[in-house]
Ligand binder design. Structure first.
Ligand code: XMP
Length: 527
């Protein structure tokens, strides 16, 4: 994408690298992450107005310590090193790094020695700002990276802040516009951290705040038009935020040249197909093909109880159905996909290949078979930015703020064999869970809430009759990224209403239980 006001973040493997880029973007300045060992030509081509060197788990004295191309210090561009990035600057520019006598975890008071430049307005000179750990204990920010610290600053640098344990907690070479911080300004708990980043981005790099969603929409729709020309694009719609926003954005660019395909696989939520079709067709006047393939999917799932087999069957069948439909669209050359930035960041450095591409997308196989080319207009966005984009495009909150829903759908929430009858029962129970959570105003606080149909029958009594029917488990979790999760403490009244309604309204269920397990050790889904 073409923007002139850009900050480049070089990734040395810190868990906060993405956060740095996000904080910069929050200032309306575009920021991208590239691996530390990217070539100098690539950096020149990217043409950043400033470079931030992230933290990382290494020590500069490790044999395999990741080092960037030395030429980054000769480009005449401001550089800010954070944590490992700081030690790296000291090491590469002629200073000295040594093991610290004492590691500094958590809270520390930073004494500011020079408040004229990077630390401007973060606190008066001689005063302190608080550097806090995020959380407590071993998971807190170790802001003194691996116990290394600067004992001699490189020539041209002067200390601009210190702590009790660290005489050079921040340093600057104002002439060359090189800055370094021993702590993490990007974490929320660093007091005035955002102000420090703003000083770097605006006062030092002289960026202007041009990165807005409106500018993103203008640039991206133009790029899509140029790329696609007169060809046609197909897009698989799942009902999730990413694919819906992708479709709406592409539709804005090329209108009827886009055809969306929505596949009903028989394990969707209640009324899902109608809802999605309604929104895209009526509201955005899109070309959309809705395929009821539920029989095909449910036939293939007959007798299958293994969760991984269910996943494979649904993934493969989806590809077949999608392919059949897409082949009918003459002139289709492109496949649109809602890939997001965290999936494409080239963090080859430390995270390994597993962090690079998520395999949840079912459409990978299509590209080869059908010789389709990809359009991925959200490749540069974080999830929260996709939501802002969706809103800007006029999409309803109901789609924008949806809980994630797994590709294999209710199939992995029907423990044991999936049948149409079981899917129908679960759909009704699931709809009640969501309805009541929304009614109680809790939907947006919760990461995911759903019902699970258990293959257990228990005895109940309804009126004068004895019943012998299935159990439903209610699951509701809070999470930030789905990697870890805590069970949501739903109020008893809400749980009571959910249970009462499910038992009264859903034939086939006579007992409801609430799942009080966190992840880890349990997972969010039951299968
Ligand atoms: P777990 O159960 O692993 O779930 O704690 C973490 C997140 O991933 C979702 N999930 C899936 N999403 N295909 C998907 O598209 C899948 O096979 C799948 N399995 C789990 C789950 O809903 C939660 O958000």
């Amino acid at each position: 994408m073409h923007f002139t006001e850009k900050i480049l973040v070089l990734d040395f493997g810190s868990q906060y690298t993405q956060l740095i880029a996000r904080r910069v973007r929050e200032q309306k300045v575009y920021s991208e992450i590239l691996p530390y060992n990217v070539t100098i030509d690539r950096i020149k081509e990217f043409a950043p107005k400033g470079i931030i060197l992230s933290g990382g788990p290494s020590s500069v004295y490790d044999k395999k310590a990741p080092l960037p191309d030395k030429e980054i210090f000769e480009l005449g561009i401001p550089v800010l090193g954070i944590c490992y990035g700081m030690q790296l600057m000291a090491h590469m520019l002629g200073g000295k790094v040594a093991k610290s006598a004492r590691r500094e975890y958590g809270r520390a008071e930073l004494m500011i020695d020079d408040d004229t430049d990077l630390l401007k307005k973060t606190g008066a000179r001689g005063k302190s700002i608080r550097l806090d750990s995020e959380g407590q204990g071993s998971r807190g920010v170790v802001w003194m990276s691996h116990g290394d610290r600067i004992v001699k600053q490189p020539e041209g640098f002067a200390p601009i802040a210190h702590t009790d344990n660290s005489p050079i907690a921040a340093m600057a070479d104002k002439d060359r516009k090189f800055y370094a911080l021993q702590f993490h300004p990007e974490v929320a708990h660093t007091e005035n951290g955002t102000k420090i980043l703003k000083n770097f981005v605006f006062s030092i790099c002289k960026c202007k705040p041009r990165w807005t969603m409106q500018s993103f929409i203008e640039t991206t729709t133009r790029e899509i038009k140029d790329k696609v020309g007169k060809d046609k694009v197909v897009c698989a719609i799942s009902g999730g935020v990413d694919s819906a926003v992708t479709a709406v954005l592409i539709n804005k660019a090329i209108g009827k040249q886009l055809t969306c395909i929505f596949v009903d696989n028989g394990v969707l939520r209640l009324g899902e197909a109608t809802k999605v079709e309604g929104m895209l067709k009526k509201h955005f006047r899109m070309n959309i093909i809705c395929v009821d393939a539920s029989k095909r999917f449910l036939d293939k799932l007959k007798g299958v109880t293994d969760p991984e087999k269910k996943r494979k069957i649904i993934g493969n069948e989806f590809i077949h159905v999608f392919q059949e439909q897409a082949k009918k669209i003459r002139g289709a050359e492109y496949l649109a996909q809602g890939t997001l930035y965290p999936d494409v960041i080239e963090s080859v450095s430390f995270k390994g290949p597993s962090a690079m591409i998520k395999s949840h997308h079912n459409v990978g196989g299509l590209l080869k078979d059908m010789k389709l080319k990809l359009v991925e207009p959200l490749r540069e966005l974080f999830k929260d930015e996709v939501r802002v984009l969706g809103r800007e495009l006029g999409m309803p909150d109901e789609i924008i703020n949806r809980h994630p829903f797994p590709g294999p759908g209710l199939a992995i929430r029907i423990i044991d064999e999936v049948t149409r009858q079981r899917a129908d029962i679960l759909r009704k129970a699931d709809a009640i869970v969501l309805e009541e959570i929304k009614k109680a105003g809790l939907y947006s606080e919760i990461w995911q809430a759903f019902a699970v149909l258990l293959p257990i029958r228990t005895v109940g009594v309804m009126g004068d009759e004895r019943t012998y029917e299935n159990v439903v488990a209610v699951r509701a979790v809070k999470s930030v990224d789905g990697m870890t999760a805590d069970w949501a403490k739903l109020p008893y009244e809400v749980l009571g209403t959910i249970s009462g309604r499910i038992i009264n309204e859903v034939k086939g269920i006579n007992r409801v239980v609430f799942d009080i397990s966190s992840k880890p050790p349990s997972t969010i889904e039951w299968e």
